[in-house]
Design a protein around this ligand. Sequence first.
Ligand SMILES: CC(=O)N[C@H]1[C@@H](OP(=O)(O)OP(=O)(O)OC[C@H]2O[C@@H](n3ccc(=O)[nH]c3=O)[C@H](O)[C@@H]2O)O[C@H](CO)[C@@H](O)[C@@H]1O
Ligand SMILES: C=C(OP(=O)(O)O)C(=O)O
Length: 424
Amino acid sequence: MDKLLIRGGRRLDGRVTISGAKNAALPQMCAALLTHEPVHLVNVPRLHDVRTMRQLLDHMGVVSTTHGERGGMSFAAPDTLRPEAPYALVKTMRASVLALGPLLARFGRARVSLPGGCAIGARPVDQHIKGLSAMGALIEVEHGDIVARLPEGQKRLRGARITTDMITVTGTENLMMAACLAEGETVLENAAQEPEVSDLAEMLIAMGARIEGHGSSSIRIQGVARLAGCTHQVVADRIEAGTFACAVAATGGDVLLEHARLDHMEALADKLRSAGVTLTPGADGLRVQSPGGAALVAQGFRTMEYPGFPTDMQAQFMALNLVAQGSTTVTETIFENRFMHVQELMRLGAEIMVDGRVATVAGGARLTGATVMATDLRASASLVIAGLVAEGETVVDRIYHLDRGYDAMEDKLRQLGADIERIQ
Ligand SMILES: CC(=O)N[C@H]1[C@@H](OP(=O)(O)OP(=O)(O)OC[C@H]2O[C@@H](n3ccc(=O)[nH]c3=O)[C@H](O)[C@@H]2O)O[C@H](CO)[C@@H](O)[C@@H]1O
Ligand SMILES: C=C(OP(=O)(O)O)C(=O)O
């Protein structure tokens, strides 16, 4: 099993290219299921999750090819494909549930294994099922699979007004994709406003979908009978950009995050600026300058749906708070079990107290290297950041979590001057 070996204490300087967003590329690959025409994506990140999604699409009968230097991938989903997502592929990646809406909308039936609970929380998909049911689908759970079909004699889903009980990102995406091929109008209330939802909407519009209001909490979709192929560029990954920004903030340095979009990271940017980090947007990306963690002021925050502070940045900003000055509280409001990095950060010398959804973090820590275990994707990133500032050697074990969502993270960090290598 691969590990990362980090010798801490180096500044980060230079330029690094931010890849396309995992959380945009995965739904966009599923959107290719909505048409038999070829769909071309550009700027697809090289990630384990992307490979898993490709395997899942291949399993169904989608023909996929990769091309070009810039993460080009094409998909063609024939009318004869098998609308099934088996457990073996779904279990490693919750985003596989994004196949459900498109399959049901185009083929009138789908069998998608129910994604189980995972490390960061229970993560049910009841809202996806509730929404598709409101559009007329008959849905049952059989042998661990979500089995969905249209009633006898009905060819298409029917538009509906759907208000989800909570804001759900993949729920909004699944329902938006399904609504594109439904008969009549669908209105999604309490919709997620994440940039990845808007990027998916833009792609669907390029395929011929009629969508308005994406980026707001109310999305209106007029269904069409068929969608066409398209070429679409995956938006830059605001979480990868945020992770590198926190790394530079903690180690000190001056780095240009090429392609990063400040307008997609305002809540995080506010906290970084208040801490004492200088952020300068420019034509080719976002410049991050920091005097180093010890010269920064730690910042308390609560995770919220977009445009609030992203839960996917909680662990990385906590690592920064450890080395900045002052005690802070970090409140996780989205997932009930997203503090697993705390135990591991404490192995590096952190002082953190967790009480339910609130962690109290003592700043000004003197971190020292140790062997730590990655427990989930963003927890892994926080351990890497802590390792970059810790004295001596840190080994981060189980980095398959990291590989699920970061494109060549250690290569990018090494390019900026970090002493980091992948070991067996
Ligand atoms: C592939 C992808 O885009 N993943 C992101 C997506 O996950 P994902 O779309 O799975 O997260 P959701 O926005 O759906 O989850 C938000 C909250 O709603 C709950 N919930 C959700 C759906 C549902 O049917 N029932 C229910 O109870 C969840 O358990 C969670 O507590 O948004 C999360 C929140 O920003 C991010 O951390 C993930 O990186
Ligand atoms: C939790 C995450 O992803 P996923 O929804 O794919 O598990 C994440 O990207 O931090």
